[in-house]
Design a protein around this ligand. Structure first.
Ligand code: GLA
Length: 656
């Protein structure tokens, strides 16, 4: 994966040092490096037409005033790799006629190795009719003899069936003539390349030529087809557009990490055609996790619906399948039939996995306790309940933003995203976001929340000095949730991005009618002393050590025994209307203690008892909870320390 200038510049003057450095900068700044792109490559026209007195190639001093070695050093300084171009002939392909490497193989290979070249594209022009195998073997041997690992990209155009011999000589081979920036060229090349699937394997790839995505000759729908098919065919992904002027739509296509994951899947199997009729083409690519990547391509000139089955894909037999649309990001299920309407020249790309996605359980769920459908991260894996330590799994610390610690959450690193399946069962997501304290003030990140591919929350730029920000998102009816972190524009160093305490509200709330709260399951309960007790007071230590709930001589059969600082959270799911309760300090304190009782709905205080003491009367509280997703019962110390603060919620009744 990388960049090559040819498709955007040809031999034009804009192909120069400034451009190539700018591309390297953008690889880092726009998340392309994080997405997997690593080679920054020069094509034809980098040299002068004449070799020097020693027979060495000479970089064009107008285009590359600093020389090629300095440029390679610059690219390497960004953590990227550098590639160059030549031809297995007397001259390269451009009409200006730059020197080719035929007969100079070792001298040129040595020069490139001395410059730090990591990749050679070796073309086929002006070859004097010498057998292709002989010419390409000579350069392969010369590259090996340099002792430097140099990826060898054979550009023979498919004339001598290179797929039958190039796997032994190089890492990839062009299967066709040059791509052009138009639908007919692109799809013609795809048709030729897909028939060669059996010849590709890890380390030896069919190359249907570089990407035209973003160059303006196709619609974005057609460019998505281009990118989908190249990934499906496990092709090299060489960006061929000038990223300095690329639109957001172009960048979104090139950085679709789900599709890049298909291209780069470790099995390294090229997708094959499953069906092809009337321009409606279905392809299937086996993936390492047992899934299949499926392309439904409408090559015809009218909109159409394409269908296939999991049996045809070679993964029949399961009772259900998870189906992720890799462009819209929607996740659904299937029992075996797959299909979608596809616009003319469009491609729907799916990842089909045997088994049903696990939908979050009803209630207020911590996101970090839920199964993730996919997780990509700029550095290290996404961490559960700790920050991102950049390297191995589990190397982070307690999530901490400006000194506030969070027990639950996800530790991400830009650029990264995690996806969850919601199955239409959830309502809201609430989370704090920010850069973790472990960066000591460095790093800058943007946090975004997407539902079914649509952005519904955006933090704006947050640096390592900004306080945490609270984001909420309405997820009603959504099938997928995606939490995305991107670099704030200064490279992704120190971008330790915390999703701090994210909770998602899913499923239905309590059934209709009145409920004693102590008969319902809470989502969470914390207490200053001992556990929260159901239907007894709080005895401060072990579970069950309380007494019947009693305030100023009145006994209550039902209630909750708490102790400041305490908080009980219930999931209402919008199903309830009122909460009424008595509240007071239990008689077992012998008159001691002082407590304030509060009722909160969705972060808003709905009732407050004021300060109540062990000698004063009970308060009667009533709160309107209509439509609330979350109910919180809070007890705080009355201002004199929390000794003897046995706080009774006496007969709390929730009406739904
Ligand atoms: C040939 C190659 C192209 C490009 C040009 C450069 O046409 O196939 O990819 O490298 O030469 O002149």
């Amino acid at each position: 994966m990388g960049f090559n200038n040819w498709n955007s510049t040809g031999c034009g003057p804009q192909f120069n040092e400034t451009m190539v450095k700018g591309i390297a900068d953008l690889f880092v700044g726009k998340g392309l490096k994080a997405a997997g792109y690593q080679y920054v490559n020069l094509d034809d026209c980098w040299a002068l037409p004449q070799r020097d007195a020693a027979g060495d190639l000479v970089p064009d001093p107008v285009r590359f005033p600093g020389g090629i070695k300095a440029l390679a050093d610059y690219v390497h300084s960004k953590g990227l790799k550098f590639g160059i171009y030549s031809s297995a002939g007397d001259h390269t392909c451009d009409v200006k006629g730059f020197p080719g490497a035929l007969g100079h193989e070792q001298q040129d290979a040595n020069l490139w190795a001395s410059w730090g070249v990591d990749y050679l594209k070796y073309d086929n022009c002006n070859n004097r009719g010498i057998d292709a195998r002989t010419r390409y073997r000579a350069m392969g041997d010369a590259l090996k003899a340099t002792g430097r690992p140099i990826l060898y990209s054979i550009c023979e155009w498919g004339g001598n069936a290179p797929w039958t011999w190039a796997p032994d000589l190089g890492n990839s081979w062009r299967t066709t003539g040059d791509i052009g920036d138009g639908w007919a060229s692109m799809i013609g090349i795809a048709r030729a390349d897909r028939g060669l699937a059996p010849y590709a394997k890890p380390g030896a790839w069919n190359d249907p030529d570089m990407l035209e995505v973003g160059n303006g000759g196709m619609t974005d729908t057609e460019y998505r087809t281009h990118f989908s098919l190249w990934a499906e065919m496990a092709a090299p992904l060489m960006i061929g557009t000038d990223l300095r002027t690329a639109s957001q739509a172009t960048l979104d296509i090139l950085t679709n990490t789900d599709i890049i994951a298909v291209d780069q899947d470790p099995l390294g199997i090229q997708g094959r055609v499953v069906s092809d009729s009337g321009g409606l083409v279905v392809m299937s690519k086996p993936l390492a996790d047992g899934s299949r990547a499926v392309t439904l391509t409408n090559e015809s000139s009218a909109d159409a619906t394409l269908t296939t089955t999991t049996e045809a894909l070679g993964i029949g037999g399961a009772s259900s399948y998870t189906v992720k649309d890799l462009w819209s990001k929607a996740v659904g299920t299937s029992t075996g039939t797959l299909g979608a309407p596809v616009p003319r020249h469009g491609t729907v790309m799916l990842r089909v996995t045997p088994g049903t996605p696990v939908v979050p359980p009803a209630g207020l769920d911590h996101v970090s306790d839920l199964p993730l459908v996919a997780a990509n991260n700029g550095w290290g894996p996404a961490e559960r309940d700790r920050s991102n330590g950049e390297a191995a799994g589990g190397d982070g610390r307690t999530l901490t933003i400006r000194g506030v610690r969070y027990a639950k959450g996800l530790g991400a690193h830009a650029s990264g995203d995690v996806s969850l399946a919601l199955g239409g069962a959830c309502r809201t997501l609430t989370t704090d976001v920010g850069v973790d304290d472990e960066t000591f003030g460095r790093g800058s990140v943007v946090f975004q929340i997407f539902r079914d591919g649509v952005k519904v929350a955006d933090s704006g730029l947050l640096t390592g000095r900004d306080p945490a920000k609270r984001l909420t998102a309405d997820l009603t009816g959504a099938t997928t949730l995606r939490l995305v972190v991107t670099d704030g524009g200064d490279g992704n160093a120190s971008d330790h991005a915390d999703w701090a305490g994210p909770r998602i509200a899913c499923g239905n709330g309590p059934s209709a009618g009145p409920h004693q709260l102590s008969d319902l399951a809470w989502s969470s309960a914390v207490n200053g002393w001992g556990p929260v007790e159901k239907d007894t007071s709080n005895g401060e230590q072990a579970a069950g050590d309380g007494h019947p709930v009693t305030i100023r001589g009145t006994r209550y059969a039902k209630g909750l025994g708490t102790h400041p600082a305490g908080e009980i959270v219930y999931y209402l799911g919008g199903a309830c209307r009122t909460l009424t309760t008595d509240a007071g300090v239990d008689d077992e304190t012998g008159g001691g203690g002082s407590v304030t009782f509060q009722i909160w709905t969705d972060g808003v205080k709905a009732a407050d008892s004021g300060r109540l003491t062990g000698s004063g009367p009970a308060a009667h509280l009533s709160a309107d909870v209509t439509g609330a997703v979350e109910l919180r019962l809070v007890v705080t110390d009355g201002g004199d320390g929390n000794a003897s603060d046995h706080a009774d919620w006496a007969a709390p009744v929730l009406t739904c």
